[in-house]
Design a protein around this ligand. Sequence first.
Ligand SMILES: Nc1nc2c(ncn2[C@@H]2O[C@H](COP(=O)(O)OP(=O)(O)OP(=O)(O)O)[C@@H](O)[C@H]2O)c(=O)[nH]1
Ligand SMILES: [Mg+2]
Length: 303
Amino acid sequence: MFDKLRQGLKGIVEKISKTGLSEKDLEPLVWDLQMQLIGSDVSVQVAEKVCEELRTRLVGMEASRFGDKSGVVKKALKESIEAVMQTGKGVDLVKAVGEAKRQGRPYIVLFVGINGTGKTTSIAKVTQLLQKNGFSVVLASGDTYRAGAIEQLEEHARRLDVKVIRHQYGSDAAAVGFDAVQHAKAKGVDAVLIDTAGRMQTNRNLMDELTKIKRVVQPDLTIMILDSLIGNDATEQALTFNKAVGFDAAILTKVDADAKGGSSLSVSYLTGKPVIYVGVGQGYDDLQPFDAGWFAEKLLGDS
Ligand SMILES: Nc1nc2c(ncn2[C@@H]2O[C@H](COP(=O)(O)OP(=O)(O)OP(=O)(O)O)[C@@H](O)[C@H]2O)c(=O)[nH]1
Ligand SMILES: [Mg+2]
């Protein structure tokens, strides 16, 4: 995970540790860092921001006072990355479901994103996570568009032993979501997870459909699913979806196959929405809670 970025940062830390910490000494190395970040799918604007944070932390620092210079540099870089990623409050999904349950109502989550990013798989993973925390779940088959989508969700539901609310293909996705919420209210189910059809952010009709689903089901949380393998495009998609539909948090998938990993930095900084989980495989357990501290530690920690 994040191997390319981790190796790159390691090299930079070593180099900086061998120079002085004056602005002049640092400049070429900070430039190296910027290139390294951009090469790992961090967007230019975000790479610049990280470098600026690092420069501010390092310039003029009396490094000779410290025995372990590389430790100091590492810490500064870690803090810089965390500072850039710190985007408002994170979302504790499990806690939020518990809170809604105490209020006697189901917690509703809508999953959105473009085709093939891992929406349906992430729903299955989140289902298992909620079940492990003692909550009941109902799924809504809101992808009434792609052939096989309903059966795919039903197969996950069968394995996880949860109910799916489904209508016919071609029917109104908002109505499916609405029925699932009604079902949850009637049966006292704790969480409703709503699948939707993948859609390009440029497809106006499908984007309007999402707005309608949102208006009808009033989700507590809208999660944007982003495929980390597409790099900077993930950030573009996130920005467009956020503007057109609005989302509250993101899950970045296929991080197990993404050596670069830079999009996790860009997405949170540029959209201002936290990445709350990363998908790290195809199994139901392959969902890793994500936050800035964990990410920075993963990149710059000793393990
Ligand atoms: N390696 C890996 N594969 C993943 C991950 N998440 C999803 N996948 C795979 O990505 C493919 C697409 O996943 P889906 O869940 O069907 O994606 P989707 O967004 O629902 O796709 P559409 O419904 O067609 O829009 C599947 O083969 C999944 O197994 C992940 O975190 N890691
Ligand atoms: Mg799907």
